[in-house]
Ligand binder design. Structure first.
Ligand SMILES: Cc1ncc(COP(=O)(O)O)c(C=O)c1O
Length: 476
């Protein structure tokens, strides 16, 4: 059965009046129409004549056929358009380029190669902007949402503000556990943990290189989860900013790189029975073009995407025009093949960093170079993204038989001169946990080595403080 999308909208979203001006703006493009409508500034007052983009010499497509550096210039009517107030759901050029990308990567096309037409696309000021608005358009106070546990903490504050209950679903080496999801839903009305709560509307997951756990779900795992979502009438919020940073089985040829299918792509399977609309997908340029550009995008059922766009119409109006133009012009110049080659190169760079950091981890917190050292941490090697989620071997503390990384990190490790993210922040209940999130995106080998040595000293010192002269062997 298709999902009843209008019933998912929050009261505030249903009550939101149409923006009087933004509702009429599309009519301005009608041929022959003279518009006195919008309070748009006169562009002759804008000082910019052109914007020129120059690519780093090592980047995909940075040189033309003669080997000369390529310049991409945004000027004329294109520049005028993006310097002006623009379309609420995103600039027309970037919309066009993204539609091509989405159709290709997520296979959302008809037989004639055109987009399948059952999804809408909206561009935002980063995916965080779109996630934040999605929470507002979906949830009423006391509604429930399921979140993978541990969860990206950027999703939680807005839930709290809206007094939405988040229920954590446990994860394994592939992230969100389909078994745990099914068990939770099956026992919803009988389990003490959930029986007083409303039945959830949605499940939130980061399927690739999850923040913080670094886990990546296989296509098969996603199939299982989508099947459960369909069975129980849940919307899947697929937050996938690390999708293109997949470095498992890297292919020599960027265009042949295999990645797990997205939930959004998987919706095509059994669409005859279930219809479309169970997946709202979020992507971002932050990790592959620039984080400061603040360009992200969402795709999914028009009812929900348009509700987010209506909220944008009364908040920030649209994402920055010049930032969208930078992305749109670059994507047009690269074409989808060039974009995929670029992201492949970025993924390769992260893989090298992952390998370097992983080796240092094995040497310093793991079994050591000769394999004889007593390990003081366990971790799963990430196949995408930029995080190692490390379980430290810590002395037990009150209510935490496996120890609590919070004090060890925020006091001891800091004293020794290293900073990482204590794991408690990534759980809905802010529990005590021995986990810590480390990022290998920026760190150079020398600093990684020193940072992990300091982390080791902090753990050793915590055991000493707890009265142990020697660290007991950990269960691995
Ligand atoms: C899982 C996840 N979602 C969303 C975001 C926000 O990304 P953006 O820069 O596109 O707003 C991040 C940023 O780190 C993230 O890790």
């Amino acid at each position: 059965m298709p999902l009843d999308l209008p019933s998912l909208l929050s009261q505030s979203s249903c009550d939101r009046p149409l923006s009087a001006i933004r509702g009429l703006l599309p009519l301005e493009s009608r041929p022959g129409l003279i518009s006195l409508l919008a309070g748009k500034p006169n562009p002759s007052g804008f000082p910019f004549d052109s914007i020129t983009l120059r690519l780093k010499p090592t980047v995909e497509g940075s040189k033309d056929a003669q080997g000369n550096p390529v310049q991409i210039t945004i000027d004329g009517s294109d520049l005028e358009r993006v310097l002006q107030y623009g379309s609420t759901n995103g600039d027309v050029m970037l919309q066009r380029e993204l539609t091509k990308l989405i159709s290709r990567v997520h296979h959302r096309t008809r037989d004639n190669g055109e987009p399948d037409g059952v999804f809408a696309l909206a561009i935002g000021s980063g995916s965080q902007d779109l996630l934040y608005k999605t929470i507002s358009i979906l949830f009423n106070p006391q509604d429930t949402v399921l979140v993978e546990s541990p969860v990206y903490p950027g999703f939680l504050p807005e839930l709290e503000t809206h007094r939405v209950k988040a229920v954590g679903i446990s994860t394994d080496e592939q992230g969100l556990s389909s078994q745990a999801l099914r068990d939770t839903l099956k026992s919803w009305n009988s389990s003490d943990a959930t029986k007083e709560l409303r039945f959830p509307k949605a499940i939130y997951t980061v399927p690739t290189g999850a923040n913080p756990a670094g886990t990546t779900a296989s296509t098969e795992r996603k199939r299982e989860i989508l099947a459960i979502a369909r069975e129980y009438g849940l919307l899947v919020l697929e937050d996938d900013p690390y999708y293109f940073l997949t470095f498992e089985n890297m292919s020599e040829d960027a265009l042949k790189q295999e990645r797990a299918l997205s939930y959004f792509a998987l919706e095509r399977e059994d669409a005859d029975k279930w219809g479309y609309g169970y997946v709202l997908r979020f992507e971002s340029f932050s990790k592959i073009l620039s984080a400061g550009m603040r360009v992200g995008f969402m795709m999914g059922p028009p009812t929900l995407v348009n509700a987010v766009v209506a909220l944008t119409a009364s908040s920030n109006l649209h994402a920055s025009g010049p930032a969208q133009a930078m992305a749109g012009e670059l994507m047009q110049y690269w074409g989808t093949d060039g974009f995929l080659r670029h992201t492949h190169n970025v993924a390769r760079m992260y893989k090298e960093r992952r390998d370097m950091f992983g080796r240092q981890l094995d040497t310093i917190l793991g079994r050591g170079e000769d394999g004889k050292q007593a390990p003081i941490a366990t971790y799963v090697t990430p196949v995408a993204g930029m995080f190692y989620w490390i379980k430290l071997h810590l002395p037990p503390t009150d209510g935490a038989p496996e120890g609590d990384s919070y004090r060890v990190i925020s006091e001891k490790a800091l004293e020794f001169g290293v900073l990482a993210m204590p794991g408690g922040a990534f759980f809905v209940d802010k529990r005590k946990t021995p986990y810590v999130r480390t990022s290998f995106s920026l760190i150079e080998p020398q600093d990684a080595h020193e940072a992990l040595l300091r982390l080791r000293r902090a753990v050793e010192s915590a055991w000493k403080d707890a009265g142990y002269n020697e660290i007991p062997a950990m269960n691995t």
